[in-house]
Design a binder for this molecule. Structure first.
Ligand code: PLP
Length: 381
């Protein structure tokens, strides 16, 4: 008998949308020129490249020239830090201790060049706005603030609009947000949000892996991280990954075409999972509050009666794909710098269930039943 597989690891990556595959296949097959070539084939490729940029900019309410294509969210984050330190010449970076490693680890290389300060967090993992204001007031210097919109391990959702407004009320302050987990899942308008920079990655919103973008408000002098043939107006050299870029524009179009009802559906899934888990296992706890949480993520702290070491393996055996901490590092069971901030008892295991609009309530019910089976099997042993 075939077991129904349940994919609840969409914060790690999402399945590629069929329509995106069509766009990518068509581009690979028919638009094979190099966008830098001047002949007809190169012009076709250039046209598709710029059309993709225009589509993304239209959705995000910014100028096409403010969207720079990169290879992934990690590159976008690394590039913006490189630019902030070496081109803007910031003296201080304000960030959080729960940023993705693409910021948290990347910042370590600048420890001897700039002051790096971690902002206080509220118990639900969101940034404490009062602390942000106090830090900004405390020193008058060129400051780069980098705060993720939503945390990938816990789902803690920051009010990035408010954070950006606070930052821009101080002189010489630049604000970047890692929006990798929210792009395509929440409404984003760069016309309304006074962010200077934002990072995104296609594979988190049903596009392909290995392509992303960096939003840069009014880019004029950007210091490249990758130097070569001066593509992306010199900011990011390397022949463009055209089919993936065209697919990313299509993926963002699809992801944002029915956003309101998708968010409603995702919240239904998350609330249902939360309440079903709580009913079956009253000792279970959750890392975030119901309100300040991204609709796609539910991180549960399983009580000690579950075998901590074996839990993810047992769930996998039952056909459930989920994750224990960030799956972006190869060993998904590695101690997490994010969870370390929240004093979780050593005997408890955190499991992240992350949903996409393609999941449904039947899968939630089936998943909770299978978790109950895991518990009864481990008790029986
Ligand atoms: N930032 C966040 C918040 C993420 O969740 C991830 C990936 O999980 C990244 C950055 C890295 O993105 P990419 O996999 O495209 O390098």
């Amino acid at each position: 008998m075939n077991k129904q597989l349940i994919y609840f690891d969409n914060a790690a990556t999402t399945p590629v949308h069929e329509e995106v595959i069509k766009v990518m296949t068509d581009s690979l097959r028919n638009i094979y020129g190099n966008p830098s070539s001047t002949h007809y084939s190169g012009r076709d490729a250039k046209a598709q490249l710029e059309e993709s940029r225009r589509k993304i900019a239209k959705i995000l309410e910014c100028k096409p020239g403010e969207i720079l294509f990169t290879s992934c969210g990690t590159e976008s984050n690394n590039a913006v830090l490189h630019h902030a330190v070496h081109q803007i010449g910031v003296q201080r970076v304000l960030t959080t201790a729960i940023e993705h490693p693409a910021i948290y680890n990347a910042l370590k290389q600048y420890e001897d060049k700039v002051e790096i300060k971690f902002l206080q967090l509220n118990p639900d993992g969101t940034v404490n706005l009062e602390n942000l204001k106090l830090e900004l007031e405390s020193k008058n210097c060129k400051t780069f603030v980098t705060i993720m919109h939503a945390n990938n391990e816990m789902g803690a959702l920051n009010d990035i609009q408010k954070i950006a407004e606070v930052c821009k009320s101080f002189p010489d302050t630049y604000i970047h947000s890692d929006m990798v987990q929210t792009m395509g899942h929440l409404p984003v308008s760069f016309a309304a949000m006074p962010l200077d920079f934002a990072s995104a990655s296609a594979h988190k919103f049903h596009g392909a892996k290995g392509v992303g973008f960096l939003f840069v408000r009014q880019p004029n002098q950007l210091l490249p991280l990758i130097t070569g043939g001066s593509q992306e107006r010199g900011f990011r050299s390397g022949t463009e990954n055209l089919s993936a870029i065209a697919g990313m524009a299509k993926a963002l179009e699809l992801a944002t075409s029915d956003l309101e009802s998708d968010i409603k559906h995702l919240n239904e899934l998350r609330f249902s999972m939360r309440s079903k888990l709580k009913t079956k296992f009253p000792q279970i706890k959750f890392l975030t509050s119901e309100e300040n949480s991204l609709c796609t993520v539910l991180s549960a702290i399983f009580p000690p009666e579950f075998d901590k070491e074996m839990l993810l393996f047992q769930l996998d055996m039952k056909g459930i794909a989920c994750s224990g901490g960030s799956a972006c590092s190869s060993g998904a069971n590695k101690a997490s710098h994010v969870l370390a901030q929240f004093h979780i008892p050593a005997e408890c295991k955190v499991v992240r269930f992350s949903f996409s609009k393609f999941n449904n309530l039947d899968e939630i019910a089936l998943c909770v039943d299978r978790i109950a089976e895991v518990l009864s099997e481990s008790v029986a042993q």
